[in-house]
Design a protein around this ligand. Structure first.
Ligand code: ATP
Ligand code: MG
Length: 184
């Protein structure tokens, strides 16, 4: 197979990483690593904060200002130690979307990663229409990566690249806990 490397367009692309298998957020980090190596600038906004202190929080600091991270979400929603009201999660997700809008208007990034935004829509923290509007109004050369399972049909049809991570095996099923550097 020959890889066509000639750029036919400077327009950005909309990428969606979804599915029940592991690799959505880490795939977006892989793209960021590749892009930064090509002199591009990347911003990642986290819509739902994870359970642990993820290694990428430290790695991204080492890559600043080419890579910037904003943790806007409030933490896992609905799990046992979630002590935030639903409204707080809604407000945090709304703020995250506003941050993305601000970052877009700066026009200094080549890629913006909207990490776990698909879950935020799925859980009803964000209106799908607001997300679709944001995608349509983005600067033409900006690429967006939207991660999280349960990406909805409208988003999938709007996107240029959609990959579904499919869980075939996960050590979690054998009772193996999250692993440092692999899972967080
Ligand atoms: P990663 O951040 O590792 O790329 P992800 O973004 O695809 O994972 P999320 O839904 O954001 O997955 O969940 C994040 C955490 O859940 C990670 O620690 C990941 O290892 C774990 N995880 C992801 N998929 C599965 C699965 N199918 N079974 C159990 N744990 C999973
Ligand atoms: Mg993820």
């Amino acid at each position: 197979m020959s890889l066509e490397k000639e750029n036919t367009s400077n327009d950005g692309v909309v990428i969606v990483y979804t599915g029940n298998g592991k690799g959505k957020t880490t795939a977006s980090l892989g793209v960021a690593l590749r892009a930064i190596g090509q002199g591009l600038r990347v911003c990642m906004v986290q819509f739902i904060k994870g359970e642990w202190h993820y290694g990428e929080l430290n790695s991204i600091k080492k890559l600043e200002p080419d890579f910037e991270l904003i943790v806007a979400g409030k933490g896992f929603i609905g799990i046992i130690d979630d002590d935030h009201a639903f409204e707080e999660h809604v407000s945090a997700a709304k703020t995250a979307l506003e941050i993305v809008e601000q970052k877009m208007s700066l026009d200094i990034y080549d890629i913006i990663i909207l990490d776990e935004i698909n879950y935020a829509v799925h859980l009803g923290l964000l209106q799908l229409s607001d997300v679709l509007r944001l995608i349509k109004n983005r600067p033409k050369k900006l690429s967006l990566i939207l991660t999280g399972n349960y990406a909805c049909e409208e988003l999938i049809s709007l996107a240029d690249l959609v990959t579904e991570m499919k869980a075939i095996k996960h050590p979690y099923k054998k009772g193996i806990k999250a692993k440092l550097g692999i899972d967080y």
